[in-house]
Structures are given as C-alpha cells and as structure tokens.
Ligand binder design. Structure first.
Ligand code: HEM
Length: 458
C-alpha cells in the first residue's frame, strides 16, 4: 500500500502536541503509564509495523495492518465483538440501548435509528447548530474586547448546548441548567468507573452493579417524561422527532419510551465530548497555522457571506471539512478500538487465542510511517477531493464495519458548522507558554485544557 498524502510545496507544519512512539519495546513502561496516558506506552512497532504484542501474559494484540483490521471490523466482524468488558463499562450510560446490545437486539435498533442519522436529515439541523455557535461568539466577545478562555471546556459547553437543542428540545419545562449539571456529573461518574477498571479490573467487575451513578435514574426519568410528552405534540425539526418516527424497516418495530430515553442518554454521552474534542483540536491547529485560518475564512465568506450557516452551505464548505478530517487523523478522540476474538485465529502473522483482546490503536494507525507521507504533519489537502483517498482501513476516526459510528454525519455537520462560524468571526491564539500535550484517557484530550485568547474580527 503506497503511503498517502500529496507532496507539499512549502515546509510541512508539524504541530508540537504529539505523543511520540517509545524507542524501545516497553517493559514496565506500558503497564505503569496505562492508567494515566494509554498511548505513552505504545512502542515504535505500532507506528511502523503490522502488529505488536507487549511482552506480558494476557496482553492484547495491537493491529495496524489494513487487511487484518478489515478482517476484524468488517469481513469477520461477527467473530470479533466489542467484548463484554466494553459493554459492562458502557452499560451505566446506555442501559439497554444500542451501544451495549448485541446480535438481533442490536440489529433491529441499528436498522431503526440509522435513517434518523442520515446526512440528508442532519443537514436540516445546521441552523440549530449555527444558532448555538453564533450565541457563543457573542458570549465570548459581546463587548468587543479580547478574552481569555479555555477552549476545551467552552467546546464541551457548546456541543452540550447543541445536544439540548437537537435532542432534548421538548424539555422547556424542565430545568435546563439542572439537567446540564446532572449530565456532567453522570459523565464524570462514568469516567471514574473506567479509570478504576484499569487500576483493579477484578474488583471493578465484582463491585459494579449495572447503574452505579446516582444521576442515571433521575436523568432517565426526565428524558422519558419529555419523550412521552413529545409523542402527543406537533413535530419539530430535531432528532427526537426523527427517533420517535424510527421503525425497523423489516419488522415495523419502533422504540418504546424507555428504550428511546436510554438511547437518547447514550447519544448524549457518546456524542457530546467526542465532538467537543474534535473541535478543540481543530481550533488548536487553526490557531497554530494562520494560513489554514485564512483559507477557512475565505471559504466561509464565499459560501455564506455574513449569513448564518445553514443546510445549503454545509456541503459546500469543502476545505473546512478537510481541516476537520485532518484534525481527526492527527487527534482522533476515539484513539483506539477494542474487540475480543470469539475464535482461535491469526492476524497479521500473530496467533490470537479465543477470548483474547485485539486493539486497533487508531492514534498510531493515523500516524503510521508506512501508510502516510509526513505522518505527523498537518496537511488538510490530503483530504482534498482531487487527492488520492487513503485506504479505508488506515483512517478510522469513526470506526468501520457494522458498528461504525452512528453519529458520524451528525458530528461532521455539527463540527463543520461550528468551525466555520467561529473562525469567520474570531481570531484564536494559543496562550503562551502553555504547552499543549495530548493525554489518552477515555478519549484523546489536551491535558489541562486549552487556554486561548479570542479576539472578534467580524
Ligand atoms: C467527532 C465525534 C465522534 C467520534 C470521533 C465518534 C467515534 C465513534 C467510534 C470510533 C465508534 C465505533 C466504536 C467501535 O467500533 O468500537 C462510535 C460508535 C458510536 N457512536 Fe460515535 N463518535 C462521534 C460522535 C457521535 C455522535 C455525535 C453520536 C450521536 C449523536 C454518536 C453515536 C455513536 C453510536 C450510537 C455508536 C455505536 C454504534 C453501534 O454500536 O452500532 N457518535 N463512535
């Protein structure tokens, strides 16, 4: 497979925020660093070879060879489920929803919800999203001055507002601020549980009832009440409405209020921080590389002028989308995918026992020395429509195969709309001497946030 990426005329821009491969095969390092920053222990072999197994008993196989990845995620996907461990970790958030379902129960829910998440449906949500982005600009710079903000927490707040507007818009009669703080605490609870898994997996399993967060049930009750009110009311252009109409095309089966509430809570958890991180990293890159900021501004002005971004603009913001695709290559929020092999088999020349874990280290795959030219360089033109497309199984920000991210079109519509709206109006500068350092814990985020100064330019 040839390495992908157009030759660059100017010197490549290599962002400083990087977790370099370890030079030596890790010994104690992998084990010691895992709870704090999972990627820090990944050796050079994961960035250069086909597959790698750490030298400890019971460790997973890391696979970066595209054909072997295709086998795991697509061709033999039924032999590589996500594994009970992942399900147990996700169940507090998803209850009986789509993420934790398997086989028949998963298939009908996926068939029923997929049409609601189609790109064509998502484009219609763009005005709701640009409304939130424009309010954010006002909030930051209303009086025209330069302000200092933490972009990471601001993007989390912004994507949360978007979720409230698109998924919980029947909730005018519940306390929005209380709901928001409850969801935050709930997400924090889930995070704590997953870290404790790394520190003591057996104790974690033994001690964990399905729903340990005290916030889950009250949240579900609120969402269920909203869903049942919405069943009887006029339709609105949002995701709840699309999901209320969702039916399995084969059987006509729809979701009851309880299942719908579980899934909505799951979408909030799965979709909120990942999209916020994609935007955070994109703004980091835009701030560090002024030519990219200028090209985005130029494109948005040509496509939308000074108007709010709407459905007709999103598809035409081609370069803005390229910037996001390249951001998701360099900083994939879902930095690894985990599967468990049901059978004894072989992958990329390595034996795999039945019941053992297989990890696709997406962060390393996206910077693999054999798959990409200048792998650490930021170059949105790799994703230009005229550039050769990367091999499907070397670029996996949303996964691949039957369990590919259901919300990918939603996330891209949201991210394109927000990035275009923010960059058109604001000049972003990373506050020096803050050192931006990626940390991979649950998701890939900048350690300690991302302080920036924002200055209104329009
Ligand atoms: C940039 C933002 C996002 C990223 C990087 C992302 C990434 C991913 C990845 C990698 C998977 C596959 C996991 C695996 O194969 O083990 C996944 C699954 C999923 N994502 Fe996303 N996601 C994002 C946004 C969203 C949003 C906004 C939603 C919902 C509104 C969402 C809903 C889901 C669901 C429901 C699944 C499970 C699908 C299934 O098991 O059938 N995601 N996501």
């Amino acid at each position: 497979m040839p390495a992908m990426g157009p030759a660059q005329a100017e010197a490549p821009f290599i962002p400083a925020a990087v977790i370099p491969p370890q030079t030596d095969p890790p010994s104690w390092l992998l084990a010691a660093r895992t709870p704090f920053n999972q990627i820090e222990g990944w050796p050079r072999a994961v960035f250069e070879g086909d597959a790698y197994r750490p030298p400890f008993p019971g460790t997973p196989l890391f696979v970066v060879e595209p054909q072997a990845i295709r086998t795991v995620l697509l061709d033999a996907a039924q032999d590589f489920p996500q594994g009970e461990l992942l399900k147990r970790m996700m169940r507090p958030a998803w209850g009986r929803g789509l993420f934790t379902a398997e086989d028949r129960d998963w298939r009908w829910q996926r068939r029923a919800t997929a049409p609601a998440f189609r790109p064509a449906e998502m484009a219609g949500l763009a005005p709701l999203v640009s409304g939130v982005a424009d309010r954010t600009v006002e909030g930051w710079t209303g009086s025209g001055q330069t302000n200092l903000i933490d972009i990471a927490s601001e993007m989390a707040r912004l994507t949360f507002e978007v979720i409230l507007d698109t998924m919980l818009s029947g909730g005018e009669d519940f306390d929005r601020a209380a709901m928001q703080s409850r969801i935050k605490s709930f997400i924090a609870d889930i995070g704590r549980m997953r870290v404790s898994y790394f520190l003591a997996p057996d104790a974690y399993h033994a001690s964990r009832p399905d729903a340990r967060s005290a916030h889950r049930q009250p949240l579900l009750n609120d969402i269920r009440r909203m869903v049942s009110r919405r069943r009887g009311s006029a339709s609105r252009p949002d995701l709840v409405d699309l999901l209320l109409q969702a039916r399995d095309p084969e059987t006509g089966q729809g979701m009851d209020d309880d299942l719908l509430a579980n899934n909505l809570l799951g979408f909030i958890v799965a979709g909120h921080e990942t999209t916020a991180l994609a935007l955070t990293w994109a703004l980091y890159l835009v701030a560090m590389h002024p030519p990219t900021a200028a090209r985005i501004r130029d494109e948005v002005t040509k496509v939308a002028g000074t108007n709010a971004i709407d459905a007709t603009h999103v598809d035409r913001l081609v370069f803005t989308r390229q910037v996001l695709s390249e951001t998701l290559r360099l900083y994939p929020p879902a930095f690894q995918l985990t599967r468990v092999s049901r059978k004894r088999t072989e992958l990329a020349g390595f034996p795999v026992q039945a019941g053992s874990r297989v990890i696709i280290p997406v962060y390393a795959l996206h910077r693999h020395r054999g798959h990409w030219i200048n792998p650490d360089a930021f170059d949105p033109d790799r994703f230009a429509p005229s550039a050769p497309q990367p091999d499907r199984f070397t670029y996996l920000p949303f996964g691949a195969g039957p369990r590919i991210c259901l919300g990918a079109a939603f996330a891209m519509m949201e991210a394109v709309t927000v990035l275009a709206s923010l960059v058109r109006a604001i000049d972003f500068t990373v506050v020096s001497p803050h050192r931006v350092r990626p940390v991979a814990r649950l998701a890939l985020r900048p350690a300690g946030g991302l302080p920036m100064s924002v200055r209104r330019i329009r």
